[in-house]
Design a protein around this ligand. Structure first.
Ligand code: PMV
Length: 338
């Protein structure tokens, strides 16, 4: 119910907007990788975070969506060219989110979604997914909202989605208002040409426990989690300093230790949560060895899944790619701008 209040607060009279029968919206939203993680909520319904977080977007990896009016009684969704069953949790999550913006007998959609990251495998597919839906709705229903307002609406679908409204570095400011109107993404103006992210995908299987559930269990049961807000405060400060000064060593080191601190709270939860596969641990060890033997600034980060993201600068790309042949490289700032 409070999600509906938040939507009403932002949309006001625009909640009554209807799509034109012939209209279609086609948009893309990038996935984002947190360098300082969002882990733990102060409000589970509104996805309000316990702390701020900071990410970098993957400009050519994410969700592409085409929305148009569906004449039937229920939404028709296709994901990567295959129909999505109405019994699936993906379908339910998607349609329940749309329900926030329509009356029970209101419009229905045809949604064609293409995800260029595996869905539900800890690769930020839900972040780009909800961001793409909200940008598409804004066009389709002619809301004309600001990016900040869209960021708030995207957060109601999935917390990290509020950072997928922009390319480049984005800070999600936790805010303090109970209604969450001050909790949204804020893009940083800094560009960092040469900043690379290497996707190490060991499995495309859906994770056994969702980030929502894992987060809750950690907050409720992990004693280590009590230190998390202090860890984030320190790490955010280092990461912002590193970005402003283009100090890749400081950035990589802090991002890696932030991810490890998050996973330590997961291990400390009751029952304990472990997202690692043997391949995950082996790759982490390879990163450490590579760093020690070559002196290269190569780091990793890990979200709620077994896949890793490597962080390095373009000047080291050839060397890193030779060592990690399965890696897929994404340039965070492909041209000079965002
Ligand atoms: O937005 P959610 O509920 O999928 O949670 C994302 C949590 C992490 O990916 C682990 C961290 C983050 O900041 O993206």
């Amino acid at each position: 119910m409070r999600r509906a209040d938040a939507v009403r607060h932002i949309l006001g009279e625009r909640l009554a907007s209807q799509p034109r029968t012939d209209s279609k919206a086609e948009v893309f939203a990038p996935a984002n990788i947190a360098l300082c993680k969002y882990w733990g909520k102060r409000d589970t319904e509104l996805n309000l975070p316990a702390t701020s977080s900071l990410s970098v977007s993957l400009p050519d990896r994410g969700s592409h969506i085409v929305l148009s009016l569906h004449a039937g009684e229920s939404d028709a969704i296709r994901l990567n060219d295959a129909p999505v069953s109405s019994a699936s949790s993906f379908y339910r999550r998607f349609t329940e989110y749309l329900d926030l913006f329509r009356t029970p007998s209101g419009w229905r959609v045809n949604a064609e979604i293409r995800s260029s990251v595996p869905v539900g495998a800890g690769l930020a597919s839900s972040a780009s997914g909800f961001a793409s839906i909200v940008i598409a709705l804004d066009q389709w229903l002619d809301w004309r909202l600001t990016r900040e307002e869209l960021s708030i609406l995207a957060r109601l679908g999935s917390g990290s989605a509020c950072r997928s409204l922009w390319n480049g570095f984005v800070e999600w400011e936790a805010g303090s208002r109970p209604d969450g109107m001050d909790s949204h993404g804020v893009p940083l103006s800094d560009n960092w040409p040469g900043f690379c992210i290497g996707l190490m995908i060991f499995t495309e299987r859906t994770k056994p426990i969702s980030s929502r559930e894992a987060m809750q269990r950690t907050v409720q049961t992990s004693r280590l989690y009590r230190d998390w807000p202090d860890t984030v405060e320190r790490d955010l400060c280092f990461i912002k300093k590193a970005i402003h000064e283009k100090n890749f060593h400081l950035l990589g080191k802090t991002a890696e230790s932030n991810a490890m601190a998050m996973h330590a709270t997961l291990r400390d939860a009751e029952p304990s949560i472990n997202y690692d596969l043997p391949e995950t641990l082996a790759a982490m060890e390879q990163v450490r060895q590579f760093r020690e033997t070559t002196g290269t600034d190569l780091y990793f980060t890990q979200d709620a899944g077994p896949n890793l993201k490597l962080l390095f600068m373009e000047q080291d790309l050839q060397q890193v790619a030779r060592y990690f042949p399965g890696m897929q490289t994404v340039r965070a700032f492909p041209t000079s701008g965002v």
